[in-house]
Design a protein around this ligand. Structure first.
Ligand code: SF4
Ligand code: F3S
Ligand code: FES
Length: 253
């Protein structure tokens, strides 16, 4: 009867979702990691971010997860969604089954439940790879910068779209085995500064930063990074290009 009714009206009844959250508080010695199920009714256009907020508001205020922008810009809501790294605010529940399992990103320090400290690792990697423009000639305040070729500016902008969500690291087998590996995000940043004509570092300088097994030669081309990057950065192309460049420098030095 219900199916006839819905066939006539063209609407389907809302699905009941079971959202299983991996709960654990590393600061509590008595805490044991376990999956906690929450049942909610799916709403039109519901994202995992909305679902988690509903769970926190109506069922369990103790569930920990991070978000800032809700628009795929800040990178803070990254988590494992049915085992795959992704952004909670950009994932529609209608694209998933009725049972959804959420877990924190691996590799990063766990704060609690789905919340991880990606910022600490991002800061450390930025300092290690010196991800800022190295310009030997200070520009006077009243001097205009030389305009950049639009195609080059576009290429740099493309790599600058990284939101530091950590999905590429969580999806990389090498990073799980080698804790000092800079990952696709680190290699992407080096590719970005190599392109920038304002950065006066030489290829040898970049080789010093990533010309080893913690850098570009540690990458085993597993390409999980490329598959899961929510900003669809051209990671595969950039890593392959850097590896060829750095191999030439390595042979000739
Ligand atoms: Fe996230 Fe992609 Fe940046 Fe990696 S490269 S941190 S997956 S946006
Ligand atoms: Fe890891 Fe991506 Fe290389 S998944 S091994 S950084 S191609
Ligand atoms: Fe900012 Fe999801 S809340 S990317």
């Amino acid at each position: 009867m219900i199916s006839i009714l819905h066939r006539k009206t063209g609407t389907l009844p809302p699905r009941r979702l079971c959202i299983q959250v991996l709960r654990h508080n590393p600061a509590d010695p008595a805490s044991v990691p376990h999956l906690q199920p929450y049942e909610i009714e799916e709403a039109e256009g519901m994202t995992l971010f909305i679902a988690l907020n509903e769970i926190r508001a109506a069922q369990d205020p103790s569930v920990q997860f991070d978000f800032v922008c809700r628009a795929g810009i800040c990178g803070s809501c990254a988590m494992l969604i049915d085992g795959r790294p992704g952004l909670a605010c950009r994932t529609l529940t209608r694209d998933l089954g009725t049972t959804i399992t959420l877990a924190p990103l691996p590799f990063f320090e766990l704060i609690g439940d789905l919340s991880v400290n990606t910022g600490k690792w991002m800061r450390g990697t930025a300092e290690r790879l010196q991800t800022w423009i190295h310009d030997a000639t200070p520009v006077a305040i009243d001097t205009l910068e030389t305009p950049m070729d639009p195609d080059l500016a576009e290429a740099i902008y493309e790599l600058d779209r990284c939101i530091e969500c950590g999905c590429c690291i969580a999806g990389c087998g090498t990073a799980q085995m080698r804790e000092d590996f800079v990952g696709a995000i680190g290699l992407n940043k080096i590719a970005r500064f190599r392109l920038d004509p304002r950065d006066q570092r030489s290829d040898d300088d970049f080789y010093e930063l990533i010309g080893d097994d913690d850098g570009v030669f540690g990458c085993m081309s597993l390409l999980g990074c490329h598959d899961v990057c929510p900003k669809q950065l051209p990671l595969q192309t950039q890593i392959a290009y850097l590896r060829r460049k750095m191999a030439v420098i390595g042979f000739s030095s």
